[in-house]
Design a protein around this ligand. Structure first.
Ligand SMILES: NC(=O)c1ccc[n+]([C@@H]2O[C@H](COP(=O)([O-])OP(=O)(O)OC[C@H]3O[C@@H](n4cnc5c(N)ncnc54)[C@H](OP(=O)(O)O)[C@@H]3O)[C@@H](O)[C@H]2O)c1
Length: 267
């Protein structure tokens, strides 16, 4: 029988996940809520869903997805808590919001905490999962199967691991986009036409990711395959070494991790 998913919030990330589910022909029907309605209406048109116009009448649902911003959770929880029950399964995509907080604010037990990333929009995303202990084995399996149809799912046994991986899979696309921006801008500054520079860098990053996915070689080996002693790549990588690129990346990732821990404590 077709199961039902009700999403509170239809921003960028909820759109990516719900369209991913819909495009992978998950046996689900969708009900969508946003305070302003605009985004719920536009997503409902894409996924043949219903729009929930008021939180006074919340239909029963197999899955309730919490997709607002973390700071909007408390307000939402006040409106929906009394309409949820102990069998309700919550899927939360809120960064830095712990299962304990969700259980307390929503008065529920069964929670799947998800850390998604934006490449979900193109069917190449990563979803990290952490389940509260009350979610049964079969419920876990079903959720893993649903999300695996449109993304790579990694399940963690400890919630602390979610704080650890957030700065990698969640934030990772931003680091690569920043690198992409720097490469493109430099190319343009050297006189290469903007459109050509943009496309060449996009394809270079895409091709490198594809090569790595299709290969069993380590990152180091793949890097060596492009690098001959005293050649062009070698010169650039030597500058990375001299400027301690490794240390910079290390510090950035530590800062991301610390922020993740801080947010979990606040939420
Ligand atoms: N973007 C990422 O890369 C990323 C990665 C991992 C996790 N996340 C998490 O994903 C969540 C959503 O992020 P986003 O980038 O998709 O945000 P977003 O585009 O700003 O969307 C937020 C949505 O929440 C709705 N909303 C606001 N107040 C609400 C309330 N009281 N009740 C129900 N819905 C409410 C908004 O409705 P209106 O349309 O009416 O304003 C909007 O549709 C965040 O918690 C974030 O931590 C994001």
């Amino acid at each position: 029988m077709t199961k039902t998913l009700l999403s509170f919030g239809c921003g960028n990330m909820a759109n990516a996940i719900i369209q991913g589910l819909y495009n992978s022909q998950a046996d689900l029907s969708y009900t969508l809520f946003t305070p302003s309605q605009t985004k719920a209406v536009s997503l409902s048109q894409i996924v043949a869903g219903e729009v929930l116009t008021s939180l006074n009448k919340i239909p029963s649902s197999n899955y309730f997805m919490i997709s607002c911003k973390p700071q909007q959770l408390e307000e939402l929880a006040k409106d929906i808590k009394s309409k949820l029950n102990e069998d309700s399964i919550i899927i939360s995509i809120l960064a830095g919001t712990t299962v304990e907080t969700l259980q307390k604010l929503l008065g529920v037990q069964k929670v799947l905490r998800v850390m998604p990333n934006t490449p979900i929009l193109v069917g190449a995303g990563v979803n990290a999962f952490y389940f509260s202990k009350e979610v049964s084995k079969s419920e876990r399996q079903e959720l893993i199967e649903l999300f695996s149809k449109f993304s790579k799912v990694f399940t963690f046994e400890s919630e602390l691991e979610i704080d650890k991986i957030t700065g990698f899979s969640g934030s990772g696309p931003a680091y690569l986009f920043e690198f992409s921006r720097l490469l493109t801008e430099k190319m343009i500054s050297m006189g290469i036409e903007e459109q050509i520079a943009t496309d060449m860098i996009k394809w270079t990053i895409y091709g490198s990711a594809k090569l790595q996915l299709d290969s069993n070689d380590s990152s180091e080996r793949l890097r060596e395959n492009v690098t001959s002693k005293n050649g062009v790549t070698y010169e650039a990588l030597e500058v990375f070494k001299q400027m301690d690129f490794k240390n910079m990346v290390d510090n950035a990732l530590d800062a991301a991790y610390n922020r993740s821990i801080e947010l979990s404590k606040q939420n």
